[in-house]
Design a protein around this ligand. Sequence first.
Ligand SMILES: [Zn+2]
Length: 687
Amino acid sequence: MRNSDSKNAILPILLVFVMTLIVTACSEDTGEPEGTPEVRLERPSILLVTVDTTRADRLGIETDMIDTPHLKALAERGMYFDQAYSVTPTTLPSHTSMLTGLYPADHRVRENGRVVDKDLDLLQALLKARGYATAAFVSGFPLASQFGLSRGFDHYDDAFVSDAAERSAGATTGLALDWLEGKTDPHFMWVHYFDPHEPYEPPEPFLSQYPGNPYLGEIAYMDQQLGRLVLAFETQNQGRPWKIIVVGDHGEGLGEHGETLHGNLLYQGTMRVPLIVAGSGIVTGVSQQAVSVRQVFDTVLEWSGESRAGGLFGEETEPVLAEALKPYMQYGWQPQFMAVLDGIKVISSGDTEIYDVRIDPGETHNLDSEVEPDPVLWDAIEAYSNRALAEQTQKQQALSQEALDKLASLGYVGVSGSSRIRDDAPNPRDMAHLFHDMDIGAGLFIRQDYAAAIPVFIRILEADPYNFMAALRLAVAYSVTDEAIQAQKFFDRAKAIDASSIDLHHYQAMHYMKNEQWDLAQPLFESVLAESPDRLPALAGLAQAYTRQGEIKKAIGQLEKIVRIKDSPGLEWARIGQLRMTLHDTKGAIRAFEAARKMLGDQFTFHLELGILYMADKRLNESAISLDRVSSQHPAYATALFKRAQASVLLGEADRENRVRQAWLKADKTTRPMFENERLFQGMQFR
Ligand SMILES: [Zn+2]
């Protein structure tokens, strides 16, 4: 301790010394007279708070139906942006826009469950390079570090993901406050609150304070925790400059326009978000200018000392854009884009809607036939939609089943659909009556309640006959419930809608595998892997198809790909061991089983195989040890005793005759004849 303490004490002195050298050297180089170097303006510490699923019109700032004293106080001390818009009503893409300054078409993260490209500049990495300490505390699984937004943070706290899909604002705030303690140098801290996301389960007293409206209870609870956070941040930075920015990632439909949650439509409930900026040098007031959450990036960078255009306080007024492509990507419905400028909002989704959202925030009166909006809006939408539809979404990453389950538990079902506009593509707005069935069906499907899912998907297909997702899921549900003819019928339906979908190939291959049609399954798995080489269930399926067709070496090849990408692939190593045994590859089989034993520990059940292999490889001590580990419950326990007796004789153990006798007494119809011809046992009295 003492040692490192003294090192830490020396470091600042060294730095001052080095700085002095630099200053001296500079003034000598320039030939200017020595003097006090120019005092640089101190850079502010910055707190970014993102509030998930929080509607702007459900804060105490805009309505009396809820009390949010901390957010209200912050808005009164700073700038409140009345027309702030999300870029897309989904958590990961929206946050990616805040941290890259890019729209989804440009950062290419269109859905939860995707991974942010490594070549994108992230806000925190740029701040870190400018000397900021950086930390993030997130509360919902869509922002887990595995999805790539952790890059550039000194500390990224998503510790809850090991056992839950979300974390409460109280827990997250506690961790953030711990990190903040003692920080004096400029720091950038991002805190994400997830509480208002469904399920709505506020703690007391908020549950009782908002009877019948637990969504508001969650927001009120979050506000309380945000109050703690803001107070601690300001206290920690007393006497130094600081800035706070609070912003929503998207809102919640709450039944408006037929949408209960978020993600399917582009109306104000899910798209207009809270945005408050407060702190040193921030003017107070309310801004009516339309702004985008992506402008957080330029705003914060500018605060750090980098000259940027495009921040929230900039002069530029260009249309604010957004997309909602989930119905397009998953069901083949019309892609949806929007642009807002000066209170006029245009939604393009096969047809056009125009609203004056300042006087008609509920978007009840479509002005399409009455007004001609600024052509700038049209041009912006056209340019964006061309870019968005040309730039295909990222390839699906290989998510673990656990990760898929966690996303599903939050209502996200990330199976990619067909990604093309159907010939009959309906407008998502007109299909809102199906959102409920879609959510119910997807939930049942993910929970593997296939029998209950079947009638739901039948209902959806009756209303929307070319719904690829519904056809595919119905086929899978029939396959799993052993209705092979119905399954084939709906696989054919899905194929008629989009024959190129790799999800279709994957599930149809699984169906053929279930029915032991290995020759049909094999090429489908191969086509899936050609496009998505890390897809684990396809690798496993292809390995099995090869095995069952006698192509053992090819099967081993697939399993070896799995062990390279999967965490602790003990069972796959054991499978490789078994297959190498069938090829009489003794040493290869031993290596595979040893790897399996190491990973599986007490769960390893191949001690008999390994014992036999060691004996074949003349490693008698290891053979004896392995065979001693075979459980007496093992179906081939008699064989283990016989082999152990052989090892005992070969090793010359003192109790070898007793070993042989025990093996004889427990012999079964497999091992009994083996005693007759076993020369090792000749001359022994064991019968
Ligand atoms: Zn969200």
